[in-house]
Design a protein around this ligand. Structure first.
Ligand SMILES: NC(=O)c1ccc[n+]([C@@H]2O[C@H](COP(=O)([O-])OP(=O)(O)OC[C@H]3O[C@@H](n4cnc5c(N)ncnc54)[C@H](O)[C@@H]3O)[C@@H](O)[C@H]2O)c1
Length: 264
C-alpha cells in the first residue's frame, strides 16, 4: 500500500496547519484563549474586538504563530466586512470563524422587570445580530473554498434558564437556534455550524464582576458532575475539535462544556 505524503496538517500537534481562523471578541477572556489555542494548533489567526487585541496578537507571535489584529464591531456589517477583507488579503481567505464577542462578563444580575428596553436591545444586538452579521459575511468566503467551520458561543444559561440575566439568556438561546438554521442553510456549501455552551467559566471579566463571585460560583460547582471551577482552558478541547476535520460530519449541534451540569 502506498503511504501518502504527510503534510503538516497531519501532525497531531498542528491539526489546523494552513487554516485561517477569525476569532471575535479576542481582546480578553475566552476569545483570547481561543485565539492562542487555534494558533498553537497551526492556524493563522485574525483577532477582532472593540478593544485592542495587541496583547493577544503579541502572545500568538511570541509563540511562533501568525496573527492579525482587527478593530471590530460585530454589530456593524461594514466593520465585519473590513476585517474579513483584511484577513483575505493577509492570509488568503477564511476557514474557521469563532463567534465569541458578546455582552457577557460585564452584566450584573437584575430581575427581568428591571431590565430596560435599551439594555435588552443592546445585549440582543451584540450577541445575536453580531453573530448573524459575522456568519453572513463569512459564509460566501467559505463557500468559495467549499469548506468552513463556524463555532458560535452560546451558554449553559440558555438551557437552564438561569435567573437574573433574562436578556443574556434569551440571546444565547437565539444563538442555539441560529446555529441550527445556519447549519441547514450552509451545509450544502460544506460549511459546518456548531455551538459551544460553556458553564460559568472564570474569565478575567467574571473574576472582576461581583455578580459572578459569591454563592453563584459555589452553586454552579455543586450542579456539576465534575465538582470544580471552570477556567477558559477547559473549553479549548471542544473548540479545537469543532474547528478541526475530526468533526467534519457534525453540524447544527450545541456542545455543553460545563463539567456535566447540563446534560442534553
Ligand atoms: N465566561 C463565562 O462564564 C461564559 C459562560 C458561557 C458563555 N460565555 C460566552 O463566551 C464568550 C466569551 O466570554 P468571556 O467571559 O470571555 O466574556 P468577556 O466579556 O470577557 O469578553 C467579551 C469580549 O467581546 C468583546 N465585544 C463586546 N462587544 C463587542 C462588539 N460589538 N464587537 C466586537 N467585540 C465585542 C469585548 O470587548 C470582550 O473582549 C461570550 O460569548 C460569552 O457569552 C461565557
Amino acid at each position: 500500500m502506498t503511504k501518502s505524503l504527510q503534510t503538516s496538517a497531519d501532525n497531531p500537534a498542528t491539526p489546523l496547519a494552513g487554516k485561517i481562523a477569525v476569532v471575535t471578541g479576542a481582546a480578553q477572556g475566552l476569545g483570547a484563549t481561543f485565539a492562542l489555542a487555534l494558533a498553537k494548533a497551526g492556524a493563522s489567526v485574525v483577532a477582532g474586538d472593540l478593544s485592542s487585541t495587541d496583547a493577544t496578537c503579541a502572545a500568538i507571535e511570541a509563540n511562533g504563530g501568525k496573527a492579525l489584529g482587527a478593530s471590530l464591531d460585530v454589530t456593524d456589517g461594514g466593520s465585519v466586512s473590513a476585517m474579513l477583507k483584511a484577513a483575505s488579503e493577509k492570509f488568503g481567505g477564511i476557514d474557521i470563524l469563532v463567534n465569541n464577542a458578546a455582552i457577557s462578563g460585564q452584566l450584573r444580575l437584575q430581575h427581568l422587570t428591571e431590565i430596560t428596553s435599551a439594555e435588552w436591545d443592546r445585549v440582543l444586538t451584540v450577541n445575536v445580530r453580531g453573530t448573524f452579521e459575522c456568519i453572513k459575511a463569512a459564509a460566501p468566503l467559505m463557500k468559495q473554498r467549499g469548506y468552513g467551520k463556524i463555532i458560535n458561543l452560546s451558554s449553559g444559561t440558555a438551557i437552564k434558564g438561569s435567573p437574573g440575566i433574562a436578556h443574556y439568556v434569551a440571546s444565547k438561546g437565539a444563538v442555539i437556534s441560529l446555529t441550527r438554521a445556519a447549519a441547514r442553510e450552509l451545509g450544502g456549501d460544506g460549511i459546518r455550524v456548531n455551538a459551544i455552551a460553556p458553564g460559568l467559566t472564570m474569565s478575567e471579566a467574571m473574576l472582576k464582576n461581583p455578580s459572578w463571585t459569591s454563592d453563584i460560583v459555589a452553586n454552579n460547582i455543586a450542579s456539576r458532575a465534575l465538582k470544580r471551577e471552570a477556567v477558559p482552558d477547559d473549553l479549548v478541547g471542544a473548540l479545537l475539535f469543532l474547528a478541526s476535520p475530526a468533526s467534519d460530519f457534525l453540524t447544527g449541534q450545541t456542545l455543553s462544556v460545563d463539567g456535566g451540569s447540563v446534560m442534553t
